[in-house]
Design a protein around this ligand. Structure first.
Ligand SMILES: Nc1ncnc2c1ncn2[C@@H]1O[C@H](COP(=O)(O)OP(=O)(O)OP(=O)(O)O)[C@@H](O)[C@H]1O
Ligand SMILES: [Mg+2]
Length: 455
């Protein structure tokens, strides 16, 4: 009798197995770690001899190059993030918050590719009519694009004859019949991704796979999902704002330092090539609580405005809220300002926001956060044409940061007249002294004196 596949539940922590699902692993005691896996029957000796022709090791000099032809996606920023275009036969995972525009971006790209290639859009989340409606709204054509609505990935393989590009929307919504667990579970996501990888590598089909993210912002599902992929992209931005940033966190065919800047409009996603000034407000320089910092995101430097609001606590514990800046970083900078510069926040509520929904996670923005906080505290605006950057240490010292030259260059380009930066970065930026007033800062207190001389 022919042996068939069976499934077993394996603990992701310790590897213990069980024939049925358990909430708690009996071996290591961890909760919710059992994921379903397929157990394939071992091939018999005779079958092994017939099927496998084992590869032999060869010296490096005899290895031939595989050419990676690249095709444009029709969106220049997307090509840049991929390292110069889409590589044939690669697996690209696009993760992002709900409603951020993942389906929109890939619909536009599919429509563009379908002009010259056979493209299949496999939608497990939306019906074909919804996808068509979106295409019509975006006005991106795509008449040749093939649509398939379904959730079982086993049906997909037979539809892939002649297809060069395939979009799977999304990996958490599809399932394979080989496993009994529901779609989106760790086992299903891993098995479906492995199946797609096998198809991609054996038939040379490029897959764009949409992935959901968890509340913490990481891709939902097992870590192996990211390991299998050739490229992992994150689509970020605040849902309420129109700007989106596309970032590569892994790329086997290019570097991961490139980011793409997009704008979400009614007509779809538009790449922004000239991004300078889009993250600055109109009221800058007139209202207290705003500070501008040249922030390095990937390979790009952009001037970003940080806004702070400090109000008297109404009752109870004062609130601290931070959008775009790490909450712990805010707490740390408040403590440094309190201890080293005598600004008292214990009876104040503190709110921080970064314009345009940008997330700043580099230490170079510390000084600008402090400048915005102090500006709101003193109720005095920071000069409109002044930018600041630098890392703040716990002792109140301002430490040198990377890419100082690029940051100053961006400030010059944007028409800023003064830039406050770490004294230790002075050497590398001295050549810009005739174009912009450069103020070296050694301590946090020095910066505050320089920005608010009378306070
Ligand atoms: N008629 C419309 N006019 C303008 N913008 C729209 C319109 N319909 C949708 N949008 C925009 O498109 C966004 C949804 O895009 P999309 O469906 O591509 O997101 P998604 O990342 O695929 O979301 P999900 O995770 O739910 O699939 C909405 O948040 C909205 O900003
Ligand atoms: Mg979608």
């Amino acid at each position: 009798m022919a042996k068939t596949n069976t499934t077993v539940y394996v603990c992701s922590e310790c590897g213990a197995t069980s024939p049925r699902w358990l909430g708690r692993c009996p071996s290591c005691g961890q909760f919710n770690t059992m994921a379903e896996e397929i157990v394939k029957p071992a091939a018999s000796e005779n079958a092994k001899k017939g099927v496998y022709s084992l590869p032999h090791a060869k010296p490096l000099s005899q290895v031939t190059y595989e050419r990676h032809d690249r095709v444009s996606s029709g969106i220049s920023e997307f090509d840049t993030v991929l390292g110069g275009g889409i590589v044939k036969g690669s697996l690209v995972l696009l993760g992002g918050d709900p409603g951020i525009g993942k389906s929109t971006l890939l619909t536009q790209i599919s429509a563009h590719l379908s002009k010259n290639h056979k493209v299949l859009y496999f939608s497990a989340e939306e019906s074909c009519s919804q996808v068509k409606m979106r295409c019509d709204r975006l006005g991106c054509g795509g008449e040749q694009m093939l649509l398939l609505n379904g959730t079982c990935i086993d049906n997909l393989e037979s539809e892939l004859d002649g297809v060069e590009y395939c979009v799977v929307d999304s990996i958490q919504a599809v399932y394979t019949d080989d496993l009994s667990s529901s779609s989106g579970s760790v086992g299903q996501v891993r098995e479906c991704a492995t199946k797609l990888m096998r198809i991609a590598k054996s038939r040379g089909i490029t897959f764009f796979i949409i992935g959901h993210v968890t509340k913490e912002g990481a891709l939902a599902g097992p870590k192996v999902l990211e390991h299998i992929m050739d490229t992992v992209l994150y689509f970020e931005g605040e849902n309420r704002e129109n700007f989106r940033i596309l970032r590569a966190v892994k790329n086997r065919f290019g570097n991961v330092s490139e980011v793409g800047v997009f704008e979400m409009t009614g007509e779809g996603i538009i790449a922004i090539n000239d991004y300078s000034g889009i993250f600055l407000s109109e009221s800058r320089g007139e209202e207290a609580g705003c500070a501008v910092t040249p922030s390095q995101t990937g390979n790009r430097c952009m001037n970003v405005e940080i806004q702070a609001l400090i109000t008297k606590v109404a009752f109870g514990q004062p609130r601290r809220m931070s959008l775009g800046v790490d909450y712990n970083k805010l707490a740390l900078l408040l403590a440094v300002l309190e201890k080293r510069c005598n600004l008292h926040f214990s009876a104040q509520e503190v709110y921080i926001n970064v314009m345009g929904g940008i997330k700043l996670n580099e230490p170079a923005c510390d000084l600008a956060v402090c400048a915005a906080l102090a500006s709101s505290y003193f109720d005095k605006p920071v000069d409109k044409y002044t930018a600041v950057f630098g890392e703040v240490g716990l002792t109140g010292e301002v430490r040198a940061v990377q890419y100082a030259e690029k940051r100053v260059q961006e400030c010059v380009k944007m028409g800023f007249k003064r830039v406050l930066l770490p004294a230790k970065n002075m050497k590398s930026v001295a050549k810009y002294a005739d174009k912009i007033s450069i103020v070296p800062v050694l301590y946090l207190g020095t910066m505050l004196k320089s920005l608010f001389p009378k306070d």
